[in-house]
Design a protein around this ligand. Structure first.
Ligand code: CP
Length: 304
């Protein structure tokens, strides 16, 4: 395993291994034990062609807590602005003997192209509408920690599924570990083909949430769509958002999750975001832990 490009190509055993180590890392972080010498002498570059708070910052901290030297490059301040290609950017980083490239790119498949070109380990931090593997891994880690297992869970995913790389990575990962995945979105925001990948496509919020262990809202990605998929954000919230009435259909113990950033009052009500069942902030800690686990396992496999 040189790279982590998505959960579709990752075996269940590897996903399980990352989650197990991620849980250990999370427990250490909770105890205030942040540093480990795992990546001393190694370097990592975060190469982001799209905005990010959670993913970029937690990969940077993950690398630093493991002892690596970490450099951040944003496309807006790099030689990409002068016309340098992704492949040439990757070769430039390889020439500096860099060990890891963590890339976010608006084009699906860009991390795969880079991985085929460079010696460094490539980690996909989100590519277009394709995959966001570290987000799905942190979501699964949060579920496993709070619910004890992934197998047999009923997970409802509601929101802008069409533009969501998070939805796809969660579908692949959750199905591999034996969860049921239900999805609901306005017809204009539901892509074709997810049923063939194991999702149960629902025709109402209530059907999706019925008996759910986890209810995950997804952000409406206004930056990836032209107007016209729904009348307005307030109408989206009223007819498609998750609110307290919809949550009555879920298990009383159901967790509320969201990858963030949240459009407050649109995908989820503020009461649910800030309520007792919400694990949205805890997902952020899971993100740091799982990214430490991902970098550790890639390094271990290189040294094995
Ligand atoms: N969930 C997520 O990818 O958040 P950022 O865009 O802030 O990284």
């Amino acid at each position: 395993m040189k790279d982590i490009l998505g959960l579709l190509p990752l075996e269940a055993e590897k996903i399980d291994r990352i989650l197990s180590l991620g849980l250990t890392m999370k427990a250490r972080l909770r105890r205030g034990e942040k540093t480990l010498p795992t990546l001393v002498g190694k370097s990592a570059v975060t190469l982001f062609y799209e905005n990010s708070t959670r993913t970029r910052c937690s990969f940077e901290l993950a690398g630093k807590y493991l002892g690596a030297q970490v450099v951040n490059i944003s496309a807006s301040s790099s030689s990409v602005q002068k016309g340098e290609s992704l492949v040439d950017t990757g070769k430039t980083l390889d020439a500096m003997k860099n060990d890891f490239i963590i890339i976010r790119h608006p084009m699906s498949g860009a991390p795969g192209l880079l991985a085929r070109t460079v010696k460094a380990h490539v980690v996909n931090a989100g590519d277009g509408m394709n995959e966001h593997p570290s987000q799905a891994l942190l979501d699964m880690l949060t579920m496993r920690e709070h619910l004890g297992t992934i197998e047999g869970l009923r997970v409802a995913i509601l929101g802008d599924i069409r533009h969501s790389r998070v939805a796809k990575s969660n579908l692949y990962g959750l199905r591999k570990l034996g969860a049921e995945v239900r999805m609901f979105a306005p017809a204009t925001l539901m892509p074709a083909g997810l049923a063939t990948m194991g999702a149960k496509i629902c025709s109402s919020r209530e059907e999706a949430v019925e008996g759910a262990d986890v209810v995950m809202g997804l952000r409406i990605q206004l930056e990836r769509q032209k107007a016209g998929n729904f009348p307005s954000l307030s109408e989206y919230a009223k007819y498609y958002g998750v609110n307290e009435d919809v949550m009555k259909y879920a298990k009383p113990t159901a967790l509320i999750m969201h990858p963030g950033p949240v459009n407050r009052g649109v995908e989820l009500t503020c009461g649910l975001i800030d309520g007792e069942a919400s694990r949205i902030e805890d997902q952020v800690l899971s993100g740091l832990a799982v990214r430490m686990a991902m970098l550790t396992i890639l390094n271990e496999e290189e040294e094995a």
